[in-house]
Ligand binder design. Structure first.
Ligand code: NDP
Ligand code: PYC
Length: 347
């Protein structure tokens, strides 16, 4: 039955609903489980741009034959060194990350620093679930990936860089980790798509139209180019991500992704770089406990009335754990349609 009223779900019910939709659409159990957890976590944490809204894009990409929903990621032969490689096999990135995580954690504890390279994956998700998987193990993490050409470099006027997210996490022994996770464009592209659907204007400074002129029209912004955050600084960091998580790992850069995919309506296909560090190993032999010193810094930040990144997200999580997640009638109806019709729900 298609819902016509708002609906409140427990977190388990939300995951089960998403998982069922993904299985119905043809994802194997490994991929549906990994994607279901990440999408449900996005909705739980109030990250609408990477919550249930992304299911439609997953299904559209499957229907277009641009991702293999039956792929199983494969851990590449381990040479005992710092770089761990996982071949996603043209499946989604999330199960590939899950597969490589235990070895990445072991290797980081052994060497102090290790990295996971995920190749040949379709990637649509937020990065904080991966950073938090590392901080939960007492490790610091830095995660990045390209997307598809949609951001003009500062001084340019055409899409070239991706929205290239960058996430960092620091473990806090007594509490929730310090985590930031953001697009290197002013906002994630998903935010503009959500504004378009809501009929709302794009804030000033986010995007330019196809003539290179500032625009507040979401459709014109999506057709034109987004702008990097912080001007030339964001432009350079976005370029660094193209280099480290594209060129350096032998995978596609954002302009190459768009050329292969031919559309920004599908989830991008590229690689991902996850760097894990042991704070104790780096601080060895130096004065002070790195975790205690980090707390002094966090206290000084919040002591000025500033908030730590992820604070809003953690508050949304705590509320959702108690109250569940409320979907609008439109959202609940759309989930029902996707469960009933599978890939036929996608026009
Ligand atoms: P936001 O600008 O919404 O947030 C960026 C970060 O800044 C968050 O950690 C946020 O914490 C924090 N923050 C926001 N306001 C403050 C404040 N006043 N003080 C301190 N910290 C603050 O993120 P984006 O729109 O840039 O990105 C959203 C998501 O999109 C990310 O999760 C990213 O991974 C994802 N993304 C994925 C892509 C992909 O290719 N897979 C591409 C681009 C983006 P909080 O959440 O608590 O507000
Ligand atoms: O929101 O910019 C974005 C995005 C691109 C790919 C996945 N998310």
């Amino acid at each position: 039955m298609i819902q016509t009223t708002p609906q409140t779900l427990t977190l388990d019910q939300l995951f089960e609903r998403i998982n069922a939709i993904l299985r119905r659409a043809g994802l194997n159990a490994v991929q549906a489980e990994a994607l279901g957890r990440v999408i449900a976590a996005g909705e739980r944490d109030g990250c609408k741009s990477h919550g249930i809204y992304r299911i439609e894009g997953v299904l559209r990409t499957l229907k277009a034959g641009m991702v293999d929903g039956t792929a199983l990621p494969v851990l590449q032969p381990d040479d005992g060194r710092a770089i761990i490689r996982v071949a996603a096999g043209r499946g989604f990135s999330c199960p590939a990350f899950d597969l490589g995580l235990p070895l990445l954690v072991d290797r980081t504890r052994e060497l102090g620093l290790a990295a996971m390279v995920v190749n040949d994956c379709t990637h649509f998700s937020a990065l904080w679930p991966e950073v938090e998987a590392l901080t939960a193990q007492g490790l610091a993490g830095l995660v990045m990936c390209p997307s598809y050409a949609s951001v003009a470099p500062t001084g340019g006027s055409r899409p070239l860089l991706g929205t290239n997210p960058l996430a960092f996490g620091w473990p806090r022994p007594q509490g929730l980790p310090y985590v930031f996770d953001f697009a290197t464009s002013v906002a994630a592209r998903g935010e503009i798509e959500l504004l378009r659907r809501a009929g709302k204007p794009v804030p000033a400074g986010w995007a330019i139209d196809t003539d290179g002129q500032p625009t507040d029209d979401p459709a014109a912004a999506l057709a034109g180019a987004m702008l990097p955050f912080g001007g030339h600084k964001g432009s350079a960091i976005g370029t660094m991500i193209e280099l480290l998580a594209g060129v350096m790992i032998g995978d596609l850069t954002s302009p190459e992704v768009l050329e292969q995919l031919g559309s920004t309506a599908l989830a991008p296909f590229h690689g991902e770089l996850i760097i894990a560090m042991s704070p104790e190993a780096f601080a060895k032999g130096r004065p002070g406990d790195p975790f205690a010193r980090a707390e002094l810094l966090f206290d000084a930040i919040t002591g000025q009335g500033a908030r730590l990144p992820s604070g809003r997200r953690f508050a949304a999580r705590a509320k959702a754990q108690t109250d569940g997640v409320t979907l609008t009638a439109d959202e609940a109806g759309q989930l029902d349609r996707m469960l009933e019709l599978g890939l036929d729900a996608i026009g």
